[in-house]
Design a protein around this ligand. Structure first.
Ligand code: PSU
Ligand code: MN
Length: 302
């Protein structure tokens, strides 16, 4: 199948309560079998809350909007997928490879199927040591280019948080707390960083996102949904482990797209599995909100 044919056959989900899910977290963000378990639990959480899940990825060079359970299991088990961000899409498709899509690439493909809501765990951001490495995830640029709304549990504490928030402000991207006025930091449900926007229900969130569309701003917004308090880890305890993981990374000379997967996997060991447990809980929690939000958004736009 040519890419043109592939694109022509993608579904138009504009009249469905569709929620996109990414696959980099499946192949590069978590170990097997928890990754597959988590991916399937997210699909269920979306359905239970009135939405329809569409896990997005690339199989043998073909874009898939809504991977089957068998495809999710295969991607999650074999780990031979390329981590595909914006710039990697043309390459992965041309070479006929399996590709797992990052937040940026999933937004691009979700948009092609007219999906408005996308639930994930964490987004990429400005990395610590940015002054030297210039490592800013292309996730952050995608919001200004692609109008898909992303739900995450806050920028990961492995990042430079103030600079990540500053960068989003520069790009004109709304960062909206869900039932919180402080930025959650992925593993922890709160922080000292104040937010300027928040919403207390899926309907209130939907109204804000709807206005964004009506105004023709043509961009995505970022919704920060704190991890349920039961799974929230102590910020100082996590910080010590992150610093250790970053030291190991420098020693192992890890760069570029390997940075995020490396840090996430080292943290699983350094936290005795606690980071993985929290990661799974927050992704599922975001999927649940995604389902409810997609349903409300569709209600407003019908
Ligand atoms: N954050 C997580 N888990 C992940 C990722 C981020 O907690 O698996 C993945 C997402 O797919 C995100 C990507 O888009 O890492 C960002 O990678 P980079 O920093 O290389 O842009
Ligand atoms: Mn990077």
């Amino acid at each position: 199948m040519t890419l043109e044919e592939n694109l022509a056959h993608l579904p138009d989900l504009s009249s469905r309560p569709a929620v996109a899910l990414e696959t980099t977290v499946l192949t590069h963000g978590m170990p097997y079998p928890q990754n597959v378990e988590c991916a399937l639990a997210c699909e269920d959480a979306i359905r239970k809350n009135g939405g329809e899940p569409y896990t997005i990825g690339i199989i043998n060079g073909e874009i898939k909007i809504g991977l089957t359970k068998a495809e999710i299991e295969d991607l999650g088990k074999n780990m031979n997928a390329m981590k595909v961000s914006r710039r990697d899409l043309p390459y992965c498709i041309a070479k006929g490879l399996n590709g797992s899509t990052t937040v940026a690439a999933t937004m691009i493909l979700a948009k092609k199927a007219h999906i408005r809501v996308f639930s994930t765990g964490g987004i990429g951001g400005v990395h610590r040591g940015f002054n030297e490495t210039m490592d800013v995830s292309s996730d952050l640029n995608e919001f200004a280019k692609t109008d898909v709304n992303v739900i995450c549990a806050g920028p990961k504490a492995i990042l430079d948080i103030p600079r990540t928030l500053e960068y989003l402000e520069t790009q004109g991207i709304a960062v909206i707390g869900y039932k919180t006025k402080k930025a959650p930091l992925f593993y922890t449900s709160t922080s000292k960083y104040d937010l300027e926007q928040w919403a207390d229900s899926p309907l209130e969130l939907a109204k804000i996102l709807h206005n964004n569309k009506v105004l023709g701003l043509n961009q995505g917004s970022l919704i920060l949904n704190p991890v349920p308090s039961k799974y929230s880890l102590d910020a100082d305890w996590v910080e010590e482990r992150i610093e250790e993981a970053i030291k190991m990374m420098e020693k192992d000379n890890i760069h570029g797209k390997d940075v995020t997967p490396y840090l996430l996997s080292k943290l699983v060991g350094l936290t005795g599995g606690k980071s993985l447990e929290t990661n799974m809980a927050l992704i599922e929690n975001n999927a649940a909100l995604g389902g409810a939000l997609a349903k409300e958004l569709l209600g407003l736009e019908k």
